[in-house]
Design a protein around this ligand. Structure first.
Ligand SMILES: [Zn+2]
Length: 227
C-alpha cells in the first residue's frame, strides 16, 4: 500500500480534533519511516526484485521491529503519547481524542499493509507471517489505493471549513498523489538497492508532509479575516 495510506490522514482531520494534516501524514506512514530508517541502518532487511509481485518490487523478508503486529501496536501507543506530550507542552488545542486519533492513524498503516502485502507481516518477532497479498493483482490493488485516497479527500473536503482556493489545492494534491501512484504501479523501472529504496521513502514521504503543511496554509489569511 502506498498513497492509499494517506486516505486515513485526510479522513481523520476534522474541525473538532484540529490535528494538522501534515502531522497525520507522518502518522499514517510512521511505521514506514521506522522501517526505512532501520533498513538504512542495516537492522531490517529488504530485497528489491523486479516482478516480485505484480504491483510491487519489495520483498520485505525481515521487518519485525517496524511491521510486526505487536510492534505496530506498540508504535501506535508511542506515537499517541508523543503527540500528547508535544501538544500539551506547546499549548496547541489539545483534545484527548486527538492523541487517540493519532494512535489509530499509525495503526491503520498495518491494516492497509495487511491487505496489500504478500504474507510478510509477522504477528510478533519474525514469525506467523500474514498478508492478504493484493499486490499480486496489480489493477485491483491500484484501484483500491485510488478509491481509498479519493474517499479520504472527499471526507476531508466535506468535514472541514476552508476557502475555495484551498479546496482546489487539496484536489490538485490528490491528483499529484494519483500520478505518483500510477508511476509506482505501472511505469517499469530498474530496481534500486535496498538502501536507495529506503532513502527514496524518506525523501518522498517527507515531500508529501511538506506539501500537506503548505496546503493547509493556503488561503488561511483570507479565512481568518473573513471570520
Ligand atoms: Zn508499510
Amino acid at each position: 500500500m502506498f498513497v492509499g495510506h494517506y486516505s486515513v490522514a485526510f479522513a481523520a482531520k476534522t474541525e473538532r480534533n484540529k490535528i494538522p494534516l501534515w502531522v497525520l501524514f507522518i502518522a499514517v506512514q510512521f511505521l514506514d519511516y521506522i522501517w526505512a530508517t532501520l533498513v538504512l541502518l542495516g537492522i531490517e532487511k529488504l530485497r528489491v526484485i523486479k516482478g516480485f509481485t505484480a504491483g510491487s518490487m519489495l520483498d520485505s523478508y525481515f521487518h519485525p521491529y517496524s511491521h510486526s503486529l505487536i510492534a505496530a501496536l506498540a508504535w501506535s501507543v508511542i506515537a499517541a503519547l508523543i503527540y500528547k506530550s508535544v501538544c500539551s507542552r506547546h499549548g496547541c488545542l489539545y483534545r484527548r481524542s486527538a492523541a487517540l486519533i493519532i494512535g489509530v492513524a499509525v495503526f491503520s498503516h498495518w491494516l492497509l499493509d495487511f491487505i496489500a502485502h504478500p504474507r510478510d507481516l509477522a504477528i510478533y518477532d519474525n514469525t506467523w507471517k500474514v498478508g492478504f497479498g493484493l499486490w499480486r493483482y496489480r489493477d485491483p490493488e491500484f484501484a483500491l489505493e485510488i478509491a481509498l485516497l479519493a474517499g479520504g479527500i472527499v471526507l476531508y473536503l466535506t468535514r472541514n471549513v476552508m476557502p475555495a482556493i484551498r479546496k482546489v489545492a487539496v484536489i490538485a494534491f490528490g491528483i499529484a498523489l494519483l500520478i505518483v501512484q500510477i508511476g509506482d504501479t505501472y511505469v517499469p523501472r530498474t530496481p534500486l538497492t535496498d538502501k536507495a529504496t529506503a532513502m527514496g521513502v524518506w525523501i518522498f514521504y517527507t515531500l508529501f508532509v511538506v506539501v500537506a503543511f503548505i496546503v493547509e496554509k493556503i488561503g488561511s489569511r483570507s479565512q481568518s479575516s473573513a471570520s
